[in-house]
Ligand binder design. Structure first.
Ligand code: 13P
Length: 210
């Protein structure tokens, strides 16, 4: 895809996430890896009203090259894209249910959402680490996020929201959506005797779908 196509797709998918309530106000940010740097949503922008011409462009060393000022979460995106060279995009949302799981006092280490459905396992994987709370935009989060991203495709920022990587922008968005819906199921079923997928079923999904 050309950079121009990716700018258009970023705006289209941002608007779709916003329209369906996965982000509200100016919450959330998205980055895309390019051959010559990165695209990033501008700080304080609504995912619902992005302008392709104003998307921030960053150089390979993450310095600001053009467009509006990038998201304050540039350290977050850098940590994930550096840890996962195969990732082409990162989506950070404040989607309600995934954020709620990250607010639980005892969410369950590395697997705060149980494997209830195949698509959660196929898209998010076995592990969903929770990174301790940092102020939004705090560069001090970078080592902790980097470490979590080495081990997992998606993570939760405690008391803040989900961060998801994907091979492509579309993959990252689909995974962010699946994570939010899985978090909703987990909260709906909390306290009920739910039937989780067995370890053998999880292994089967991961070996079949990667
Ligand atoms: P930006 O507006 O700087 O992207 O920050 C929004 C956000 O989601 C903070 O986590």
């Amino acid at each position: 895809m050309t950079e121009s196509d990716l700018r258009d797709l970023l705006c289209e998918l941002g608007a779709s996430l916003f329209a369906r309530g996965y982000s509200v106000g100016s919450a959330g940010n998205i980055s895309v890896r390019l051959p010559d740097g990165y695209l990033m949503t501008p700080t304080n922008s609504s995912l619902g009203r992005l302008d392709p011409a104003r998307i921030s462009k960053l150089a390979p060393d993450w310095s600001h090259l053009g467009g509006d000022k990038p998201s304050k979460e540039v350290f977050l995106h850098r940590a994930v894209l550096t840890a996962r060279p195969e990732a082409g995009a990162v989506v950070h949302l404040h989607s309600t249910c995934a954020t709620a799981i990250g607010c639980l006092a005892a969410p369950g280490e590395d697997a705060p959402i149980p494997p209830l459905t195949p698509y959660f396992v196929m898209r998010v994987g076995r592990r969903l680490p929770i990174v301790p709370y940092y102020r939004p935009g705090d560069s001090a989060m970078e080592p902790a996020v980097h470490q979590a991203a080495l081990e997992a495709r998606a993570l939760l920022l405690a008391n803040h929201g989900p961060v998801v990587s994907g091979k492509t922008l579309v993959d990252a968005v689909y995974t962010a959506e699946e994570l939010e819906e899985s978090a909703k199921l987990a909260l709906m079923l909390r306290g009920m005797p739910a039937r989780e997928l067995t370890p053998a079923q999880v292994d089967d999904l991961l070996s079949t779908f990667g």
